[in-house]
Design a protein around this ligand. Structure first.
Ligand SMILES: *Cc1c(COP(=O)(O)O)cnc(C)c1O
Length: 841
């Protein structure tokens, strides 16, 4: 009898051995034939046997689900083969730990990765089904808030395409980011039941569930003369993995994204059931399952809620357990862990993984503390995503100690040893010690997760050059001094597959026709387009594609919201989360200024460049000011759109529920990309990159990755305005008084007065009073200070747009020169500077 089957499952040992030794056990799994006929057969099988309906009976949803499952068949052989090889080779890989993955729709990307789009289109057509209809049936998994979650999705796409072993780990939220609707111009949040119509892309593996403990206490015991600690949790939940395919582009690779779902443990239930308390059993079940119930809709403003910490520990502990106990082969020497894996921390959300790995190594694997710490320090790297002090996550010692008592002990010891090292290097500089302590004392004792990540991380990176510089100089300067060489930069990127090839098929075709297909996996090759900026025929085709994309966006917005985008308008787009630092208010003040110029008669309507402004933005449900700003944008839109004096000149559209699906339609239609955050506040931005790659010109501040975009495309192809970061700092230090700008700038005064007068709120002056008064008396993000510069630059935009040939030239150069912003390049930088995980054949 085999010795390796002792802990398998319920299958009898000899039967399990028979299964493993059967000739078919190791035979490669083949995908179905890729002919149109082969596809049709496979699709009908799924429809009949998977979905349980005939073609005649089937609904669009049946057809979509059957199609998704059919496409999975084509990916399956690659997935199994990728997993098998990675297990055999045991080379170093990445475990990307992220609380968010904003994936977008899966079907189009899966078809692209397998080159099946045409086969499927033809096959479905032969059955009288339109592929586009089925594609729009898919509900995107909105398991992220915005840029941070989308970045994770772009990164795992790139790693799969480059053949780098990676497991993405996260949470399978039952409800993702809320669905936004507007009622009376105000945001109303609806639950996002993305699973309601079926989830054809996921593979649950309940048999691989992990038990995750919470609460309780720690105790010490004698282990053959060594005093050890064990944690005795008070309650636990089961973490069930759901696997998702992450297909590489046309390379036969499929990596895995593993998202965890929380369910109550049987033992917990059973005890209470047996005690006869049915209600309590159900309550405990609900309590456990709350953990993966809903994504916190806060972006950049953590709330310190207990459930959030539960979520964080839940998915990180499940992932580390999964990796250490299931992914690694039996008998793996954990001293070699750093040669086998790097856990990349996407912001501070997964940082609790640091004490968790220490706990596993020291308490469970009985490793010596120093040895375990030496290993742990090499196994983590940390990406910081912010510069806003309020966005740096802290957990109160009370809460952490109650929920994770052993982890708090471990954090204290890490901190003690770290501060001892600091003393050794810098002497007893108490101020410095207090500044650098992982434990913050005021206003309440709390664990600074970014500090813990910095102490534990082999590397710490910012997400754009400017951000990484400010991170070292302003956010973590003591740490930069203490750890020379630890800080590095990796500028963000976006996947060219989704954001150019899929989102902009017309431009993609023109590019491929002009320079070949290589750009899809080597985006720097877009450089070869540069000479075509001078080619009149190419420019005409490029401009025609932009016009085509505007009509396409128009069709989508008409269908979804009843909006129309006039053919002859400049399309001016600001889509991103609603946050004061991103300054949607500055955009509103520009629109109000243009409106005021026309209605006051200062400028003839006929002399104003026609523009359609498109906004997309969700506000965190609890972020009152952000919601007021949404209200204001809608109110200004309602007034402007209904006023015959500006008809045909100004139009404001705010389609609700901005998400990846909408981004894919709106961005390719844009002429002008609004990237207008206050300098020093936007870490990178990735929306800015998507726009430039799709041939929009940017109006932007010297902030985040805007700096690098401008350097690459050239000053003459970028509309720069506003204060630089040092100027912001200087104004701050001098004592910023927004009212001074209001008083001295008549244009600004008129715009603000118009809002204050109730012109956009049916005469009610109180509606937007909080917005106005915040601008005049606080204006944390210096909207008023940058207003004049913004308006002046927008006037230059109008002039520039008047010369369409020149505009198109600039747009082409934006595409040709921004190949740097491929997430493939970001991955190369991570691999070179942080991970050292080369691609595997
Ligand atoms: C790219 C993207 C973002 C990030 O946009 P920024 O302008 O960088 O803030 C947010 N949401 C969605 C849906 C995106 O696709």
């Amino acid at each position: 009898m085999s010795t390796e089957s002792h802990d398998e499952t319920a299958v009898p040992a000899d039967a399990a051995t028979a299964v493993k030794t059967h000739p078919l056990a190791t035979a490669p799994v083949a995908g179905p034939p890729t002919s149109v006929d082969g596809f049709v057969k496979e699709f009908l099988r799924e429809l009949n046997f998977g979905q349980g309906v005939t073609l005649a009976q089937s609904t669009v949803n049946d057809q979509y689900l059957a199609l998704a499952r059919t496409v999975r068949h084509y990916l399956m052989a690659r997935w199994l083969e990728t997993s098998r090889r990675q297990f055999e080779q045991q080379t170093k890989g990445v475990a990307y730990l992220s609380a968010e993955y904003l994936l977008g729709r899966q079907l189009g990307n899966a078809l692209l990765a397998t080159d099946l789009t045409e086969v499927v289109e033809d096959g479905l057509r032969s059955l009288g089904i339109d592929l586009a209809t089925l594609r729009s049936q898919e509900v995107e998994p909105g398991l992220g808030n915005g840029g941070l979650g989308r970045l994770a999705a772009c990164f795992i796409d790139s790693l799969a395409t480059m053949g780098v072993p990676c497991i993405g780990y996260g949470i399978r939220y039952e409800y993702g980011i809320f669905r936004q609707t507007f009622v009376d111009d105000q945001q109303v949040e609806q639950p996002d039941g993305w699973l309601a119509l079926g989830a054809p892309w996921e593979f649950p593996h309940p048999e691989q569930a992990q038990l995750i403990g919470f609460g309780g206490h720690t105790e010490t015991y004698d282990d053959e003369g060594v005093t050890r600690t064990r944690w005795v949790p008070a309650w636990d939940v089961k973490a069930l993995p759901y696997n998702y395919m992450v297909p590489g582009y046309l390379n036969g690779r499929v990596n895995t994204l593993r998202l965890w779902r929380a369910v109550a443990t049987d033992a917990f239930d059973l005890k209470i059931f047996n005690a006869g308390d049915f209600e309590e059993a159900v309550r405990s079940q609900t309590f456990a399952e709350n953990i993966s119930k809903v994504l916190y809709p806060e972006d950049s403003t953590p709330q310190g809620k207990e459930l959030r910490l539960q979520q964080q520990y839940f998915f990180v502990a499940a992932s580390i357990k999964n990796f250490v106990y299931d992914v690694l082969p039996e008998g793996f020497d954990l001293h070699e862990l750093p040669e086998r894996i790097i856990f990349q921390l996407n912001d501070t959300h997964p940082v609790i993984g640091v004490p968790e790995l220490m706990r596993v190594l020291v308490d469970e694997k009985k490793m010596d503390w120093d040895e375990a710490w030496a290993i742990t320090k090499q196994c983590f790297a940390y990406t910081c995503h912010t510069l806003l002090p309020e966005a740096l996550e802290v957990w109160s010692v009370d809460l952490l100690g109650r929920l994770l008592p052993r982890h708090l002990e471990i954090i204290y010891r890490i901190n003690d040893e770290f501060l001892a090292e600091v003393r050794e290097k810098f002497g007893d500089d108490e101020l410095r010690i207090r500044r650098m302590s992982i434990i913050q004392e005021y206003p309440a004792r709390a664990v600074r997760m970014a500090y813990l990540a910095t102490v534990a991380g082999a590397k710490v990176n910012g997400v754009a050059e400017l951000h990484s510089q400010l991170l070292r100089e302003k956010v973590l300067p003591d740490f930069d001094e203490f750890y020379p060489g630890k800080f590095t930069n990796v500028t963000n990127g976006v996947t060219p597959r989704r954001f150019l090839r899929l989102a902009n098929p017309a431009l993609s075709e023109l590019i491929t026709e002009t320079i070949g297909v290589g750009w899809i996996t080597d985006l720097e090759r877009l450089r070869e387009l540069e000479p075509y900026a001078e080619d009149e025929e190419f420019r005409a085709r490029f401009a025609a594609i932009k016009a085509h994309n505007k009509r396409r966006a128009n069709a989508v917005l008409l269908e979804r919201d009843g909006f129309t985008v006039p053919d002859d308008h400049m399309v001016d787009v600001m889509v991103k989360r609603l946050h004061e630092y991103k300054r949607q208010l500055l955009k509103v003040l520009h629109i109000v200024t243009l409106y005021d110029r026309i209605v006051s008669g200062e400028v003839a309507a006929a002399d104003v460049t026609p523009r359609t402004f498109i906004f997309g933005a969700k506000a965190a449900a609890g972020y009152a000011m952000a919601k007021r700003i949404i209200h204001l944008i809608n109110a200004v839109g309602s007034t402007v759109n209904a006023d015959p004096r500006v008809e045909g000149r100004l139009k404001v559209l705010f389609p609700p529920n901005y998400n990846v699906t909408l981004a894919e339609k709106v961005i390719p239609a844009a002429d002008l990309s609004e990237q207008i955050s206050l300098a020093g506040k936007e870490a990178s931005g990735t929306g800015n990159m998507k726009f430039a790659l799709n041939g929009a010109l940017t109006i932007g501040t010297d902030d985040g990755a805007n700096v690098e975009i401008r350097e690459l495309v050239g000053d003459e192809n970028f509309f720069l305005f506003g204060m630089s970061e040092p100027e912001v700092q200087a104004l701050q230090d001098a004592g910023y008084r927004p009212s001074a700008f209001y008083e001295s700038d008549p244009t600004l005064r008129r715009a603000i007065d118009l809002i204050a007068s109730g012109a956009f709120s049916g005469g009610d002056r109180s509606t937007f009073e909080p917005v106005v008064s915040n601008l005049l008396h606080q204006d944390r993000f210096m909207v008023l200070a940058d207003f004049a510069s913004y308006i002046a630059e927008q006037d230059r935009v109008d002039v520039a747009y008047g010369d369409q040939e020149q505009w198109t030239r600039s747009a082409i150069l934006n595409v040709a020169r921004t190949g740097f912003f491929s997430s493939d390049r970001s991955m190369v930088d991570y691999i070179d500077r942080i991970w050292h995980t080369p691609p595997v054949r």
